[in-house]
Design a protein around this ligand. Structure first.
Ligand code: A2P
Length: 334
């Protein structure tokens, strides 16, 4: 039962998706507060057939709120999550602000729903690439521990927000019209190009996005020893991430066994039709809840039979962000 739900960042790419998903899943809070900056105050957003006005986020926004989904960037989360919890709300936070805090559960509902049992009022929604990879790898890891994984991501513009998606659209038009390209949200041209993920690079050479995938997966899987190597790349795709994943299992496993396990895994759709050459594509994953998994094959470079290769596509705005947050909300409120 949800009495009063607040969506912080309701005008953003994830916030709008959350409004959409609520209706689709039949979630009907008694009251919904849509919150964003003063720039958006008064904007109307459709939720379940009603246009709701956006309100300016402020200290008094959380009176009577029992659940708040935050998707307005880490700074807003740091400033307002404690305001919301002090008012009695449980916060589901989409930023990275609290993900690695010991007393904050970091939850993918298909993987570690039990971690929701103990919290201090804040639940963290994991990084989008982490969620999409975890949904595909966890069902296998449960059966035969993954000792090591090597991932390369092909990440959509939506991960950087609504303005980044707009930049990809307008740059594509500029490129085709032979107009000069002016990068704004992204540091480099995103149309007809790809580039290393635009987060800061740490002393170990990994960028923040790559570090999140390593650290968050270890926390979610409760397996601090799992070895993870990852390269994160931004590609000119609007809203679904793709990932090439190479796995080394503790014991030998066949591609057929992997296919069977994934065929009944929650949140996974196996798309792996070699004859029809039908495999996961971001355009097909866009707007869908399930993560598509395909190109399932034995890794020929691991002759002991412990290696598997996968290719995964998942909607960054849905399973990578808003849907995962709403699944957490459903578990908390049930
Ligand atoms: P606004 O549209 O009013 O700027 P995205 O991730 O797609 O970029 O969306 C970011 C979200 O965070 C938007 O809803 C945006 O609202 C919101 N936001 C950004 N800055 C603030 C702020 N200072 N106070 C409240 N909400 C903010």
């Amino acid at each position: 039962m949800i009495n009063h739900l607040a969506i912080v960042g309701a005008t953003g790419a994830v916030g709008r998706e959350a409004c959409d998903i609520l209706t689709g899943r039949g979630i009907e809070p008694e009251r919904i507060s849509l919150l964003a900056s003063s720039r958006s105050a008064g904007t109307l957003i459709p939720v379940g057939g009603t246009d709701l006005p956006v309100l300016e986020l402020a200290e008094d926004s959380f009176a009577g709120v029992d659940y708040a989904i935050f998707s307005a960037g880490g700074d807003r989360s740091k400033q307002y999550a404690s305001v919301a919890t002090a008012a009695g709300a449980v916060v589901i936070d989409n930023s990275s602000a609290f993900r690695m805090d010991r007393d904050v559960p970091l939850v993918v509902p298909e993987v570690n729903p039990g971690d929701l049992a103990v919290h201090n009022g804040i639940i963290a929604n994991p990084n989008c690439s982490t969620i999409i990879m975890n949904v595909a790898v966890w069902p296998l890891h449960k059966v035969n521990r993954v000792e090591r994984m090597v991932i390369s991501t092909y990440q959509a513009a939506s991960g950087a927000g609504a303005a980044a998606m707009e930049e990809l659209r307008s740059q594509t038009g500029d490129y085709l019209a032979d107009r000069p390209i002016k990068p704004g949200v992204f540091p480099s041209q995103c149309a007809f190009n790809l580039f290393s993920h635009n987060t800061p690079i740490g002393p170990d050479g990994y960028n923040t996005e790559e570090r999140k995938m390593i650290d968050e997966t270890r926390k979610i899987f409760h397996d601090p020893a799992i070895a993870i190597g990852v390269t994160c790349v931004r590609v000119p795709v609007l809203r679904a991430h793709s990932e090439s994943i190479n796995l080394t299992f503790e014991k030998p496993i066949t591609a057929g066994e992997v296919r069977d396990i994934l065929a009944s895994a929650p949140g996974v759709e196996v798309v792996d039709d070699v004859e029809a050459r039908r495999f996961p594509m971001p355009i097909d994953a866009s707007g869908r809840d399930d993560c598509m998994v395909g190109r399932i094959r034995q890794d020929v470079s691991q002759p002991d039979g412990r290696g598997i290769e996968l290719f995964v596509c998942g909607d960054q705005l849905r399973k990578g962000a808003a849907l995962n947050a709403i699944q957490i909300l459903e578990l908390l409120a049930s």
